[in-house]
Ligand binder design. Structure first.
Ligand code: PMP
Length: 456
């Protein structure tokens, strides 16, 4: 059929063809770099998924500052992607830049402790209400390490995740529910272990399924985002987390909340905003203003249990940690970012901008009569291709349409607007202007106007 999500698909394809040509014509320097890159990098990019953006060849950027990115052909972009959260407080925040410049002549890594780490751990405890912290270089690693600590501490082999989740490159979580049956995600490369043996997967917002899955008391922990943000967005139903936490406690299963994206909810993440009580918490990406770092925290009680597990283990490699973890550059950047950038004032500004963006999106979608919805988690906003917001991962997966996304994303990109690839997520940072949002909304409306089904 030629209609999709209220869109005339034939017109969408015709428009996309024009936009591909327009991009090629407008970006000779990016194209020249892409030709060189093709020789010496896999798929012609430094990270293979960079070739999955909507552009016919990779857009190469020159620099970024605040809410703006400039490409090598000199085009300026209003950046609503913000490095898919890594730069969610704006590119190159001046306090982080100053801290990095100061550290630049004072060493980068020594595999030794420092005062910055002490300061940061104290600050994290204050913000998130968990007492004891460790560091990593990516949220993927932080999640991986937490799972290891918790399996060791509980002596339980299994973990539970929600269908459609993403927690980085943690192999254990690549298990989906396919027709109600757990199945290793087909796209996962090179994995030879049967992950379904120790990973239990249920739908988000299904308390009965959660309880049934935990009742054997062999699940060490639930690893979850408090709001699913990687399959479009799925909000918890009212009361869901309170009831879920109660079920976890009943069966001695620990709760790990991955706040890497939901840190958009406020200073202490969704956890603090909604009074949740996880045993462990993970945040990565934006904590050091975009410099590589991640953190994970434990309750006092859990910290004692994991320390005991390590003491009882034979000496040798724990499988936890990497050499550059907690290096001086990351730690100084994190300290500056926490002290001066991730402030209540910054959040207040971002919330007001995101409210303005979400209201504007709803207005445009409503005006054009498209059957789409808009979901917001603090500074994070997403439009999705269904009238009703999805209630779980399966429902959210059904309404993804990556081809339609690419049509819209490239149209926006050709007109100086970046939004996150692979779904329809937009972030605002303190430097985003209301006029930037107005510009985005006008271009978005033009795009949808060209795509929508015309009444006969
Ligand atoms: N957790 C969540 C919720 C994420 O969305 C991501 C990445 N999108 C990660 C962890 C992994 O982060 P990284 O790729 O920086 O390791």
């Amino acid at each position: 059929t030629s209609t999709r999500c209220g869109i005339d698909w034939l017109r969408a394809q015709a428009l996309h063809k024009q936009e591909l040509a327009r991009f090629i014509e407008k970006n000779p320097r990016s194209q020249a770099l892409a030709l060189r890159a093709a020789e010496h990098m896999l798929f012609g990019v430094p990270l293979h998924w960079m070739s999955d953006w909507s552009t016919p060849f990779p857009l190469n950027i020159s620099h970024a500052s605040g809410a703006q990115v400039v490409d090598v052909d000199g085009h300026q972009y209003l950046d609503f992607c913000l490095g898919d959260t890594g730069a969610m407080f704006g590119h190159a925040p001046p306090p982080v830049a100053r801290a990095l410049a100061h550290q630049a002549v004072r060493g980068y890594t020594a595999m030794l402790a420092s005062e910055d780490a002490v300061w940061v751990a104290e600050e994290l405890a204050r913000r998130f209400g968990l007492a004891v912290w460790q560091f990593a270089l990516s949220a993927s690693d932080a999640n991986r390490f937490v799972l290891r600590w918790l399996r060791a501490a509980t002596q339980r082999p299994k973990i539970l995740v929600f269908n459609g989740c993403y927690h980085g490159t943690v192999d254990d979580v690549f298990v989906d529910l396919v027709d109600g049956v757990p199945r290793q995600r087909d796209s996962l490369l090179g994995q030879v272990t049967d992950l379904t043996a120790n990973t239990v997967v249920v739908e988000f917002n299904d308390l009965a399924a959660l309880e049934a899955a935990l009742s054997n008391r062999d699940v060490a922990c639930v690893l979850a985002e408090p709001v699913m943000t990687n399959i479009g967005m799925v909000l918890p139903q009212p009361g869901y987390w309170e009831a879920a936490q109660e079920i976890l406690r009943r069966y001695g299963t620990l709760l790990v909340l991955d706040e890497t994206h939901t840190i958009s909810s406020g200073m202490g993440g969704y956890t603090r905003e909604h009074g949740l009580q996880p045993d462990a918490l993970v945040v990565g990406k934006p904590l050091a203003g975009g410099v590589a770092c991640a953190v994970y925290g434990f309750s006092q009680e859990l910290a004692r249990r994991v320390e005991q597990a390590k003491r009882l283990a034979p000496p040798g490699h724990s499988g936890i940690g990497t050499t550059l973890t907690a290096n001086m550059l990351s730690m100084t950047a994190m300290r500056a970012n926490l002290a001066e950038v991730m402030s209540d004032a910054a959040y207040a500004q971002m919330f007001s901008l995101a409210d303005y963006l979400a209201a504007g999106l709803r207005a445009v979608i409503g005006k054009l009569g498209l059957p789409w919805c808009v979901t917001q988690v603090g500074a994070r906003t997403e439009f999705q291709f269904s009238q009703l917001a999805p209630g779980n991962g399966s429902a959210a997966a059904l309404i993804l349409d990556s081809e339609l996304e690419q049509v819209i994303h490239l149209y926006l990109l050709n007109r100086g607007i970046l939004i996150t690839p692979f779904h329809n997520m937009m972030l605002v940072c303190p430097q985003t202007q209301r006029s930037d949002i107005d510009t985005f909304l006008a271009v978005f409306e033009d795009c949808l106007h060209q795509l929508k089904i015309r009444s006969p």
